[in-house]
Design a protein. Structure first.
Length: 192
């Protein structure tokens, strides 16, 4: 097998399969968080970033069929394997972020990290959007941690999925700080 897929190849693949601007930005935000998590956990930053970028590759086609979400991404990635190699552990993490709907266990640090990372993006974006300037740069850690405890705020954001950060050894406040910092660092690309 040749070298792992490049970020440029992953971005092209994302743009081929994802047309919604907000979903592309969600994937970019998740990538930024996953890269920071990889550094924190001494994992492969490139692979973790790619998983963040591609975790919702099939979302637009599986939106109404949550039991297929992740499986279509797996098919796409396996079909591209000859020219765009993607490690098995990355495919398993993509599947793991939808473990409940796929009826599979979420057991690895990678599975739990992608699940918590992709979920916290919604909380951070919602917190940014209530700022007067609607910018991530204006969001303070205290605001996000406060909102994390408010179940009525961004009610579709699963606090249980975010809490998986504890299972990978990162306390919730540290996880939120790392995630916020990652998204602030990518704010220009996210338009936030």
């Amino acid at each position: 097998m040749s070298a792992i897929m490049t970020r440029e190849q992953a971005l092209a693949l994302l743009q081929e399969h994802v047309r919604t601007d907000t979903l592309v930005k969600h994937c970019l935000a998740t990538e930024a968080i996953m890269r920071s998590l990889a550094r924190r956990l001494q994992q492969d930053e490139h692979l973790w970033g790619l998983v963040g970028l591609l975790h919702d590759l099939d979302f637009e086609t599986t939106r109404e069929d949550s039991a297929s979400h992740g499986r279509k991404s797996e098919e796409i990635l396996r079909a591209k394997a000859a020219t765009h190699p993607f490690p098995e552990e990355g495919i398993q993490a993509i599947l793991g972020h939808n473990a409940e709907n796929l009826g599979i266990p979420r057991t690895s640090v990678f599975d739990k990290a992608i699940t918590a990372a992709e979920t916290v993006t919604g909380l951070i974006v919602a917190t940014a959007l209530v700022q007067p300037d609607k910018k991530a740069a204006s969001v303070k850690l205290k605001s996000v941690t406060k909102r994390l405890k408010e179940k009525a705020f961004a009610r579709n954001v699963s606090r249980e999925r975010i809490a998986l950060c504890e299972e990978i050894g990162i306390p919730a406040e540290e996880f939120v700080a790392l995630s916020l910092s990652a998204m602030q660092g990518a704010a220009a690309e996210l338009g936030l």
